[in-house]
Ligand binder design. Structure first.
Ligand code: NAD
Ligand code: UDP
Ligand code: UDP
Length: 343
């Protein structure tokens, strides 16, 4: 009978992580585009635990339902399967606009779609922000600096980008997205925040992401050769995803409308990084060199003095701690994969 059915449904109700109670005046309706992706899903977790109402919009190009499934059915959570290139009409207070493939193999897979996502997708989200008077935070990138001639990179640097190279769909897409934010700000008074995010890593990175952190860890764990593109003298600075999430939330809730770098200034050559991964995974993999990637930035390191000054933010997770969490995640993924193959 019906009562029994209801009781069974109650018993089957999912157990969620405990979210904080927020009084209605402090509770915000927050849209996260790209919320099923790597960074987005960690942002969802933090904002949900803080007690906000979170709506995720994602087309699942590189994102996965698995990254956010632990919130599905929660009264404060909503998931919308939607492509931001199509207009969206909902009511929200804040928009974290992250939708866009982020790893070079993913954004080069369909460069036209990448451009549409960054241009038309951002236009739509700005149109939405304008209509409902929401604040929009754009997940921009250190790639707006291109192959930089200034080191480390400050927000005042205009960048050195090849507009017709293989990375252009992403770099120029993000540059025009930034331009649109400031056009909507000056013309329509939209409140905008622009985070220039530097290389970020952590659990839930896509296995086939092709980025250096996932490639090296997977290669090291499987005893395969660790592939360095070029000599490995190029540098990157890696930030752990929870540090980025703290920075994004601090920026959204600040009054700062001009771009702010969010990254970890701890810089490594790619060769040093390969050796570090070999070391922390206790791997016997050999390190080999492949052809250098086209238009590969030779160095990258954020100047984060602006974020320190304005947001009181700086990264706190040491690289090795972040790496061990990420390695544990990839190990579990590999085990799951081989279990699936056996079944
Ligand atoms: P990701 O690929 O894991 O996440 C992107 C998400 O956006 C995915 O869930 C994907 O399915 C979704 N998406 C893509 N196109 C869409 C569309 N047209 N409509 C709706 N959803 C769409 O990447 P990530 O590393 O989590 O990056 C998130 C954001 O941060 C991106 O905007 C990226 O450019 C920016 N960023 C990331 C890094 C980094 O190191 N991870 C560095 C700089 C900037
Ligand atoms: N838009 C949207 N959601 C909204 C409001 C607008 O997706 O709630 C889209 C709209 O369809 C348009 C874009 O955002 O393609 C820019 O909107 P704006 O109002 O600035 O421009 P207009 O509609 O006047 O061209
Ligand atoms: N890289 C590498 N081997 C790989 C993947 C990447 O040597 O298997 C290099 C790549 O050429 C670049 C750096 O590592 O110099 C960072 O690449 P990633 O794709 O992670 O991000 P990018 O900062 O280039 O967007």
């Amino acid at each position: 009978n019906l009562r029994q059915k209801v009781e069974i449904m109650d018993a089957e109700k999912k157990k969620y992580l405990p979210v904080k109670f927020l009084a209605e005046k402090n509770r915000k309706r927050i849209l996260i585009t790209g919320g099923a992706g790597f960074v987005g899903s960690h942002l969802v977790d933090r904002l949900m635990l803080m007690g906000h109402e979170v709506t995720v919009v994602d087309n699942f190009f590189t994102g996965r339902k698995r990254n956010i499934e632990h919130w599905i059915g929660h009264e404060n959570f909503e998931l919308i399967h939607h492509d931001v290139v199509t207009p969206l009409f909902i009511e929200v207070d804040q928009i974290y606009h992250l939708a866009c493939p982020a790893s070079p193999p993913h954004y080069m897979y369909n460069p036209v779609k990448t451009i549409k996502t960054s241009s038309i997708g951002t236009l739509n989200m700005l149109g939405l922000a304008k209509r409902v008077s929401a604040t929009l935070l754009l997940a921009s990138t250190s790639e707006v600096y291109g192959d930089p001639e200034e080191h480390p990179q400050k927000e005042t640097y205009w960048g050195h980008v090849n507009p017709i190279g293989p990375r252009a769909c992403y770099d120029e897409g993000k540059r025009v997205a930034e331009t649109m934010c400031y056009a909507y700000k000056s013309q329509s008074g939209v409140k905008v925040r622009v985070a220039r995010i530097f290389n970020t890593f952590g659990p839930r990175m896509h296995m086939a992401d092709g980025r250096v952190v996932s490639n090296f860890i997977l290669q090291a764990l499987q005893g395969e050769a660790i592939t360095i593109y070029g000599k490995g003298e190029q540098t990157r600075s890696f930030q752990y995803v929870t540090d980025l999430v703290s920075g994004l939330i601090a920026l959204m809730n600040s009054d700062e409308s001009s771009p702010v770098n969010l990254g970890n200034p701890d810089e490594h050559t790619i060769l040093q990084f390969a050796e570090l991964i070999k070391d922390v995974t206790n791997s016997t993999s050999v390190i080999i060199h492949k052809d250098a990637a086209t238009d590969d930035p030779r160095k990258r390191k954020p100047d984060i003095s602006k974020a320190r000054r304005i947001l009181g933010w700086q990264p706190i997770v040491p690289l090795k701690d972040g790496l061990s969490k990420t390695i544990a995640y990839f190990k579990a993924e590999l085990e799951q994969e081989s279990k699936n193959k056996r079944n």
